[in-house]
Design a binder for this molecule. Structure first.
Ligand code: NAD
Ligand code: UD1
Length: 353
């Protein structure tokens, strides 16, 4: 298939591009690089030995986006592009609504214009708000707790309305739990801007000496050790879920949501212990105030994805921690400092203007 990937240079997009190319698909990729580096695209090419057209285009610019559809045959779209920092979305809600929602509407309008009606959308477990029980199934009530979450929920609803209006659409909403880890080549991984908000990149930056210690956000939750429990999933498993979702939208119309998680929950203290074991490095931490808006326990019921997509996560927590550490230790400054052992040549992909 020929797949348009938006947000291709980001954490999940880059891993998914590798899996798409390895499975023999063609990709056309779009990113405005507002939260990622072009070097990620070189690395995708280097891992797969394949090149692909890259358009440095902002989804807010519908005219430039249209060029991508004019110049390429596109069978389906995987839509990762969006802003994702919860705290920032509370401070700058209009920026989030404009970027995520207007960007998506521009994409959908352009798809409609060029008769492309298959899309896989990056949703999030955040659409379940504060879950009343676990494991979380797709039919649980949906509720957003912040502007970022509301953009995900609104886009899900926009996509449902679109299908109601035209049943030729085929739409998959993938609700990711907590992606961590990196490609085993240690050439691509998570490269957050500034101080990480999420647990695993914070731990790896403490391990590599960039940050002094981890703050554990609260130890009075109703969990075995009092710290928050989440469903961490290897980013390569998550990437593979997109290939299964593409198979599904290739064969049936409709709009369906799927949890992509492992079905297992680990606490913050268990994560620290697992990381220390995988990396062989102690992680200094202190107990801090709990973070506003944090649920105590959140993990998926992943059965629907197993039954209907034939997908299940395969990698365990040890592999997730090992791969997170391999990436961070080989790329202490992320993509910023190009490692000559990893990316010797120039651009492997080709950039389109
Ligand atoms: P990321 O920030 O690494 O990647 C997103 C990419 O989209 C970036 O490269 C950014 O430059 C690009 N982008 C943003 N707005 C754009 C625009 N208007 N036009 C063109 N490009 C644009 O994030 P990620 O972790 O890879 O997440 C991918 C998607 O998955 C996002 O939609 C995110 O909300 C969702 N998600 C992520 C997580 C997570 O924990 N990482 C969890 C649930 C859902
Ligand atoms: C956060 C977002 C969520 C988003 C998800 C993936 C909030 C409130 N929620 O969820 O919307 O979908 O990231 O991007 O921001 N923790 C620490 N110390 C840290 C960082 C985290 O103890 O420095 C704890 C948290 O309290 C939580 C667990 O680690 O219990 C995981 O945190 P995180 O990685 O931020 O993910 P989520 O809380 O699931």
């Amino acid at each position: 298939m020929s797949i348009l990937v938006t947000g291709c240079a980001g954490y999940i997009g880059s891993h998914t591009c590798v899996e798409l190319l390895n499975a023999g698909n063609e990709i056309i990729v779009v990113d405005n690089l507002m939260n990622s580096k072009k070097e990620a695209l070189n690395r995708i090419s280097e891992i797969t030995g394949k090149s692909f057209p890259f358009y440095q285009v902002d989804l807010l610019n519908e005219q430039e986006l249209e060029k991508v559809f004019i110049e390429n045959e596109i069978d389906a779209v995987i839509h990762f592009a969006g802003l994702k920092a919860v705290g920032e979305s509370v401070r700058l809600p209009l920026r989030y609504y404009h970027n995520n929602i207007t960007g998506t509407i521009n994409l959908l309008n352009t798809m409609k214009k060029y008769n492309v009606n298959r899309i896989v959308f990056s949703s999030s477990a955040t659409v379940y708000g504060m879950p009343q029980k676990v494991p979380i199934s797709e039919h649980f009530p949906l509720k957003a707790l912040n502007p970022y979450g509301r953009t995900k929920l609104m886009i899900e609803e926009i996509l449902r309305d679109l299908y109601q209006s035209d049943q030729n659409w085929s739409i998959t909403l993938l609700r990711y739990f907590n992606p961590i880890g990196a490609h085993e080549s240690r050439m691509i991984g998570e490269d957050p801007n500034g101080i990480p908000n999420n647990l695993m990149p914070f731990i790896t930056q403490v391990a590599v000496g960039k940050l002094p210690e981890l703050s554990v956000f609260g130890n009075h939750y109703p969990t075995a050790d009092g710290t928050g429990v989440r469903d961490y999933i290897h980013v390569v498993d998550l990437a593979k879920g997109h290939l299964k979702a593409l198979e599904k939208i290739d064969t049936s119309n409709g709009v369906e949501s799927f949890n992509l998680g492992t079905g297992k929950g680990y606490s913050v203290l268990e994560m620290i212990e697992a990381f220390e074991k995988a990396a062989g490095i102690p992680i200094p931490y202190r107990i801090a105030e709990s973070r506003a808006g944090d649920a105590a326990i959140c993990f998926a019921d992943p059965m629907k994805a197993k039954q209907e997509l034939g997908w299940a996560a395969e990698k365990d927590l040890h592999q997730m921690c090992e791969d997170s550490w391999r990436w961070q230790s080989k790329n202490p400054n992320g993509y910023e400092e190009s490692n000559p052992h990893l990316s010797k040549s120039g651009d492997f992909f080709y950039a389109k203007k």
